[in-house]
Design a protein around this ligand. Structure first.
Ligand code: OAD
Length: 258
């Protein structure tokens, strides 16, 4: 498929005039970097496990070794992954608008690796580790016996990734900043998320209620699709660079007085 070259002019005008652009990203933006999404069909080693059953406090208590191994596998994918053109387009977008907030549900750090500055991590970061019992951040530990999770060097509790599991609250500060951005932005791009996991899924709805123009970038429809102003139904790595290119041309035309 040829990359898209044209976008609705009112969308480019809204982006060009916005004082504050917010972006909400999900696993779909990192799919083109080789990191599997949560709800698309899983392949490979862990295909028989449902991520939604592994990323829970309950699973950690029942089978810490299994949960640790699954996250070790995801960490190995993240270590190999590089930002893709979708991540890089958002870095460029940040440089083009007066205020920019990037809210991500991803725990892979690829937005920061690409060079984005104002990033809010709603679900934590997979490269950080903390103790599930004493809560302290931990940076080194003795290798665990095969199939087990390592023990906390402070209290011998179970170590876990510093990510939000299903059923756990989000970091308060991150959620507050995300809510502020959602209700203050004039344009929100919603990229590569199935828009079903709360509270992140409600952020675009708050933006809509506050009068923002909301744009969804996702090859598949989501529960949000009927509500948004524009749907760009293509992979983020293809459509975001094209959108940023079109915005730059639009801004150049405005500056040239045409
Ligand atoms: P999902 O796996 O639920 O959804 C990924 C979305 O990305 C789907 O709607 C795909 O259609 C879309 N997608 C796939 N490839 C794409 C591409 N190249 N470009 C654009 N979109 C693409 O992932 P999330 O919505 O991020 O939470 O999931 C939300 C949360 O649920 C995750 O942060 C995680 C998960 O369980 C926790 O672990 C707490």
């Amino acid at each position: 498929m040829e990359p898209r070259t044209s976008f609705p002019p009112p969308l480019l005008t809204a982006l060009a005039q916005a004082q504050h652009v917010a972006v909400l990203t999900g696993a779909g933006i990192s799919a083109e970097s080789g990191i599997p999404t949560f709800r698309d069909a899983q392949t490979g080693l862990w295909a028989r496990y449902d991520p939604q059953e592994l990323a829970t406090p309950w699973a950690l208590r029942q089978n810490p070794g299994l949960v640790w191994s699954w996250y070790e596998w995801r960490r190995s994918l993240v270590r190999q992954a590089k930002p893709n053109p979708g991540h890089r387009a958002l870095v460029e977008l940040e440089s083009l608008v007066p205020r920019f907030t990037l809210i991500t549900q991803n725990v892979d750090g690829l937005h920061q690796a690409a060079g984005s500055h104002n990033v809010i991590e709603l679900h934590g970061n997979i490269m950080r580790t903390r103790c599930a019992d004493c809560g302290r951040p931990v940076t080194s530990w003795d290798p665990p016996p095969e199939g087990q999770a390592p023990a906390c060097p402070h209290c011998r509790g179970v170590l876990r990734p510093d990510v939000v599991f299903f059923g756990e609250p989000l970091p308060t500060d991150a959620l507050e900043r995300a809510l502020e951005a959602a209700t203050q932005c004039e344009v929100m791009l919603v990229v590569g998320t199935s828009a079903v996991v709360e509270p992140a899924a409600s952020l675009p709805r708050y933006a809509l209620q506050a009068g923002a123009t909301v744009v969804e970038v996702n090859p598949q429809e989501t529960p949000l699709s009927p509500l948004v102003h524009y749907r760009l139904a293509e992979p983020a790595g293809r459509v975001l660079p094209a959108l940023v290119r079109a915005l730059k041309e639009h801004l150049a035309q405005l500056r040239g007085g045409r």
